[in-house]
Ligand binder design. Sequence first.
Ligand code: 6GU
Length: 268
Amino acid sequence: MKFTILTLFPEMFAPLDCSILKRGRDEGLLVFDLVNFRDFALSRHKNVDDTPYGGGGGMVLKPEPLYAALAALPPPAGARRVALLTPQGALFSQSRAAALAAYDELVLICGHYEGFDERIRALADEEISIGDYVLTGGEPAALVVIDAVARLTPGVLGQEDAARTDSHAGGFLEHPHYTRPPLFAGQRVPEVLLSGDHAAIERWRRKESLRRTFLRRPDLVPEAVWREGDYAILEELAAEEETVRLCRPLWAGAAPPARRRKGGDRHG
Ligand code: 6GU
């Protein structure tokens, strides 16, 4: 997958040269093209911003350099999506990352300064915000989007990691992890994890994944995907956690056991 980044600060993208993204690039799975759109400024002094019409303080990004930079890109090799990073955009999420990973090229436009000329919005297929806080520019947000999308590109993650992310949590938070030693700083590794009983370990992990989600992020529960066996686990959790008890309406849909009708079986 190709990522084309239009920015005034290409040096802010040094993290693309590290870790998994670097490996993905070395293996030819990821391509990063950094374009400094100041190179497309028309004036002798390469101005990319100007004072806003109507007055008021601050500077605003001019439209011409970005329009010229986008027009000068090589023709897309496949399906291309253009996204503008702005705190006014739609909130970024794992499902948005998955949708963007389906494209062959993602063009990210990073604003900077107080704002940008409204006509810049017309360049973008969508606008993305990474959260309800204000950054100095779109660059850190672009890095977040690139990281989340790149790791979904086939081959970028190791086989094992990929399988785990796709199927394990289903929208719930992950279960706790432990490694050696079994006792550290007065904290013991749960006995079941040392038991070698894989079914019991799997059930413990699912239970702790559900517990964590209810206690920390109950807002995720309505969108998460239930599994067979969850209802019984939830009944156990309800006995242990008041929060899970109070949230019963959220999990009543987790496939309760089929009721036997009085006076015979379902054929009777
Ligand atoms: Cl995409 N840009 C800026 N400047 N601030 C943000 C943001 C983006 N997302 C959250 N805050």
